[in-house]
Ligand binder design. Structure first.
Ligand code: MG
Length: 380
């Protein structure tokens, strides 16, 4: 088990559950990082005594520095600070749970610093998958998925003796709060309606992504990088109860699934303790009390973000970074009630018909991300 960990995005939902797991397992938390919630971060610093804590927002970092001046924790800020926290000397593993593209550079730096990676930041692989894979190979570093679907696939594949036997993987999707609605029914949806998720309790950005099914599209692209599979070998089925976390299908049509109560502490813990298993605070699965499970198909014409992700994945190159950037900008505008729910999908889908050809370098990825955001903002 990895004893020393760094946690980026520690005040978010995944970050807090990671600290629950760290507390239970007695792990040492060497670095913390948050966007700007310094109240929560201060209490985490006082409990876990990290060597370093990063706050992305510079003003918030200054306030925190004064608040925790009686502790031994060094406070840093900005992208530089985030990278410093990701590479904290004594940490053996980085659990990256920041939201958005901002997670890419810290992940790349941590891989260069030979940290094992537990990845909950899907945008990192979506936008920079080629760079991340290259860096992992070069540095002999392992990356463990934290996302529940990808952890499920990872666990199912542990029984796969030859990858030539694998036909495809099947990700499950909760469907989000608007599943089953038509485009017409969705045109008046407000941020408050989308923020009610049926199963998982998450941050605002991922909850909107779950309502638009962008989240599933991002996960399809993430799975492509994690498991070296093309778009057509990654299926998705809506499963409202979120009990089956994902499945793999072999050539002989045998299907292996990973199940459990929907509790992120299980995949978080496994990413930190792999290949061992330890007791968890997550409730055991009681299938008889669940009674039945249901499955449906996604309608890509209603959920255009999902369709856009699949097309971006087929095009490859800088398209995934572009659709992700467009979505980050569109979600921010939707949360401010400046665009409608359907406009998120329209704007993200428009991105795939623009020109995002070019070599996949960090510079070009960041430029594609910026251009896609500028495009979305220019349309409002
Ligand atoms: Mg997920």
């Amino acid at each position: 088990m990895k004893q020393n960990i760094a946690v980026l995005g520690s005040t978010g939902s995944i970050g807090r559950q990671t600290l629950d797991v760290a507390r239970e397992l007695g792990l040492s938390v060497r670095a913390l990082a948050a966007n700007r919630d310094i109240i929560k971060l201060e209490s985490q610093i006082r409990e876990f005594h990290p060597a370093i804590a990063a706050v992305f927002d510079a003003d918030a970092a200054r306030s925190l520095k004064i608040a925790v001046s009686d502790t031994g924790t060094r406070i840093v800020s900005g992208m530089e600070g985030l990278i410093e926290a990701a590479c904290e000397e004594s940490a053996e593993v980085l659990l990256n749970a920041v939201v958005g593209m901002v997670g890419l550079q810290p992940t790349l730096h941590a891989i260069e610093a030979k940290k094992q990676i537990a990845l909950a930041n899907k945008e990192t692989l979506v936008a920079g998958g080629a760079l991340v894979k290259k860096a992992l190979r070069k540095n002999g570093v392992a990356l463990y998925p934290v996302d529940s679907e990808h952890s499920a696939i990872f666990q199912c594949l542990e029984g796969c003796h030859d990858r030539a036997d694998l036909k495809r993987i099947i990700l499950t999707a909760s469907g989000g709060p608007f599943f089953g609605r038509t485009r017409e029914e969705l045109c008046n949806m407000k941020a408050a309606d989308a923020l009610r998720h049926p199963t998982w309790n998450m941050g605002h950005k991922i909850t909107i992504d779950s309502a638009t099914l962008m989240n599933k599209g991002l996960e399809v692209m993430e799975a492509g990088w994690l498991f070296d599979l093309p778009e057509e070998r990654i299926g998705v089925v809506v499963h409202r109860e979120s009990i089956i976390h994902s499945m793999i299908e072999y050539k002989d049509n045998a299907v292996i699934a990973q199940l459990g109560t929907p509790d992120m502490r299980i995949p978080i813990q496994y990413a930190l303790t792999y290949p061992r298993r330890y007791p968890s605070k997550a409730a055991p699965l009681d299938l008889a009390s669940i009674g039945k499970m249901t499955f449906f198909e996604i309608d890509p014409e209603t959920f255009l973000c999902y369709k856009a992700c699949r097309e971006a994945m087929r095009r490859g190159g800088l398209y995934p970074a572009a659709v992700n950037g467009a979505n980050e900008a569109a979600v921010a505008l939707f949360l401010q009630d400046r665009i409608s729910f359907n406009q998120i999908g329209d704007l993200v889908y428009e991105t795939v018909s623009s020109d995002y050809s070019g070599d996949v370098t960090l510079e070009n990825i960041l430029a594609a991300d910026r251009n896609a955001r500028d495009f979305v903002e220019s349309r409002v």
